[in-house]
Design a protein around this ligand. Structure first.
Ligand code: PHB
Length: 359
């Protein structure tokens, strides 16, 4: 029988009861100090029938923040808050990994300790505006990181990974997509360094591989995923040769024997047209599990799995509006429509009050 979204699968050490993955979704509803609060526990618990939940992108340090009301994964209080989330998801039979995030230049001094200047591979100001507690404000020119500082950032990933283990997560996903710090190093539109972290593909990939190596050493390769977005122009991103760049990155990740590679197969947030890209080839170059993401519906998800393109499919917006998305797919039920006005920030409304199917 052909595989489909309801076939169980193991991604590394993580056993999924189905292949319907909840994509990482920024919701800006953490409590004081970046501590997950009661409504966050309810939100994730409601979605525990997903084969795997990937949490919202979660800053690994105070300098990794770029939006209001994000949860963190670097203080004891944050760990205690997340532990309630993982316990609730596990009690419902679900699996959950945390997405480790450093935003790099996609931030604003008002969101950083002591009004610090955001950091980046190169001092190149992204076009656009930051979401701050004071409203939209123009991005500033970031400060280019010194080589000596990069070891500290790698260490922040280790600390966050240890926190993730303490919080009971089934694994971690290294966020190297969507124009944030690690992606800023990968793509030549944002990386104009002349040292060993810029220029050649080997050099632009260096920081990602250092981070992955140290995260793997901390938690084990079979609990680590990486997210990439080869042609997503969001956050003012571009690369002169995306196919060559990301085919190289996919292959460079093979020696780690990771749980999975997770790909955003296009552009998000209407950030502009994405360039053509051969995701079939990209996927084939990676030896382990592959999670496909972006605008899949049930039929296309089943087809991607049946054809062998993907081992699992991540759904974002459908999971915002349908906590029981798996049950709805299983019974071919209609889906609740998502209300974009309540995506970012606010209360339980538009967060934990979307209706479940009634029996
Ligand atoms: C967002 O907040 O819009 C956002 C966050 C993380 C992503 C992509 C978008 O990877």
């Amino acid at each position: 029988m052909a595989l489909d979204l309801f076939s169980p699968v193991k991604l590394g050490n993580i056993a999924l009861q189905n292949r319907v993955v909840m994509a990482p979704l920024t919701r800006n509803r953490a409590g004081e100090g970046g501590v997950p609060q009661a409504m966050n526990v309810t939100y994730y618990e409601q979605r525990a029938t997903a084969g795997l939940i990937i949490t919202e992108a979660t800053p690994i340090s105070p300098m990794a923040h770029g939006y209001p009301a994000l949860p963190g994964i670097y203080t004891d209080a944050q760990v205690a808050g997340w532990k309630k989330v993982t316990d609730a998801v596990h009690a419902k039979g679900g699996k959950i990994v945390i997405q480790l995030w450093h935003v790099g230049r996609i931030s604003h001094p008002s969101l950083l300790p002591n009004q610090a200047t955001p950091v980046a591979p190169s001092a190149l100001k992204p076009a656009g505006q930051a979401f701050t507690y004071q409203g939209l404000q123009d991005y500033v020119t970031p400060r280019a990181l010194d080589v000596a500082e990069l070891a500290g950032i790698v260490q922040d990933y280790v600390h966050a990974t240890r926190c993730a283990i303490a919080a009971g997560f089934d694994g971690v996903e290294v966020h190297a997509a969507n124009g944030y710090l690690l992606d800023q190093f990968l793509r030549d539109g944002s990386n104009q360094r002349q040292d060993q972290y810029g220029g050649s593909l080997e050099n632009r990939t260096r920081l990602l591989l250092e981070v992955v190596q140290t995260v793997v050493n901390t938690i084990g390769a079979d609990k680590v995923g990486v997210r990439l977005s080869p042609v997503n122009p969001f956050n003012d991103m571009r690369d002169s040769q995306p196919q060559q760049t990301f085919n190289y990155v996919a292959q460079a990740l093979n020696p780690f024997n990771l749980a999975y590679l997770h790909a955003v197969e296009g552009g998000i947030h209407g950030g502009g047209e994405s360039e053509p890209f051969d995701f079939a080839t990209f996927r084939q170059l990676f030896n382990n599990g592959y999670i496909a993401n972006l605008s899949y519906d049930k039929a296309r998800g089943d087809a991607a799995i049946a054809s062998g393109h993907a081992d699992a499919v991540a759904y974002g917006v459908p999971f915002i509006a349908n906590p029981d998305l798996v049950a709805r797919f299983a019974s071919n039920a209609s889906l609740n429509a998502a209300d974009s006005a309540t995506f970012y920030g606010g209360t339980e409304h538009g967060y934990t009050d979307y209706p479940f199917l009634t029996a």
